[in-house]
Design a protein around this ligand. Sequence first.
Ligand code: F6P
Length: 546
Amino acid sequence: MSIPSRSLTARPEWRALAEHYKTVGKSHLRDLFAADPGRGERLTAEAAGLFLDYSKHRVTDETLGLLVRLAEACDLSGRTEAMFNGEKINITEGRAVLHTALRAPRGATVFVDGHNVIPDVHAVLDRMADFSDRVRAGVWLGYTGQRIRAVVNIGIGGSDLGPMMAYRALRHYSQRDISFRFVSNVDGTDFAETVRDLDPASTLFIVASKTFTTLETMTNARSARAWLLAALGDKAAVAKHFVAVSTNAAEVAKFGIDVANMFEFWDWVGGRYSMNSAIGLSTMIALGPEGFRQILAGARAMDEHFRTAPLAQNLPALMGLLSVWYSSFFDADTVAVLPYDQYLSRFPGYLQQLTMESNGKRVTLSGAEVDYQTGAIYWGKPGTNGQHSFYQLIHQGTKLFPCDLIGFCRSLNPLGDHHDLLMANMFAQSEALAFGKTAEEVASDGTAAWLVPHRTFPGNHPTSTILADTLTPAVLGAMVALYEHSVFTQGVIWDIGSFDQWGVELGKVLAGRIVSAFRSEGDPELHHDSSTNALIRRYRARKVTR
Ligand code: F6P
């Protein structure tokens, strides 16, 4: 049984924010800007190639001071050091949390159980680089001697979302004579449609799974092996067309992949924090080793900034504290991530796992039930498309929508005035969301009185604007690290475990039981609720049997 905790909400710093919210929570961004015209220049910060404008947030200097004091009271700096130094801060799994070690320089030292992990990290990076170079140069050949023309990453969750997002984001820099595809869903359609036009003789599968036991991934990997063998006929072909990325050498060997073709990572890399590990092998083949190292360098620059910059100028800390402010004090349910860049179309989806698997928690580290709102629902789509779909609800609905707008000063595909139009829309949206259009402004152009309420925009929707010069591998690395550390900041304040994911287990166990019921002969005795039992019976009766 959990014990209700008052510890966070009883802190004087929290109570001061709760008190402060009573006034600032009601104020409008129009008034905040009118009272302080300099805030648009002042409430900004910059690091690792990213510029953050947080002036259009419902905060004053006092709010920011109080949030920083809360972070200090929660020992954000101490907890950050504990993470970077390899302490086992993932307490429910007894693990260190060291995605930052994946981008540490060769000479660094980070110890886990007395062992310096940095040489291991670089040994794997070097093996990945050698393998990637061989695939890219056509030195690594398929079983029949053909060059590899398609790389298919089979994985799910963190073993899919990061690599897929990174490939889409950095496609501009990728080797174009190799096609990169991603299979994740256990729905056979995903596999069938992905390989439909591929030639097995020139296809390389990367089976990416931290545990190498995940149902979806192993099912897809078995189908991939069958597809390959149906065409090439000889089991010896598997060695030329399958490599693995995992922490579990025994399961990799059991599957039939030579462990010489396995790229290792470690239990101190969480799945959703793993795109800088060997899980990024497809990214490295796409970009080449140098491009991958630039991603690491960008992430490392953000790591250093997070570790050393004062909290008041610290991008991840500020973004994390603002999320706490809206989730816990305004009860805002969501954060919309709106990249004004088509290459970032998968970035919101990637962030969903990072943020929601991390901070979707309802008990504190000591197991007490929280009495405040924790992790927000992250979602979003690229602009300008979203403007013609869901923005209506943001502008004139009844809910509060903090949004992150992400854009670049230079396009990777300069084409006429497309980029100016794109960026004009991004800036216009943050302006409209913040300031809206009052009834007086609407009426002033002669709009009929009855129509005025329909055409009024309340505004006061807070936004962060993240601006960089160009979308490069380093900038993407910095953006990922920015959100990783923002998530960490939120978790520290909320006193929750951001690095486990027990909430995904129950569904997996129940699915296993239901599959057994599908497979059993006759009319099996079912022990679910009446709805689930009836659905299982209906499905069994109607499904086409092979
Ligand atoms: O089910 C959730 C999860 O454990 C994620 O945390 C993880 O990213 C994903 O499954 C895939 O796990 P694996 O890499 O072990 O196949």
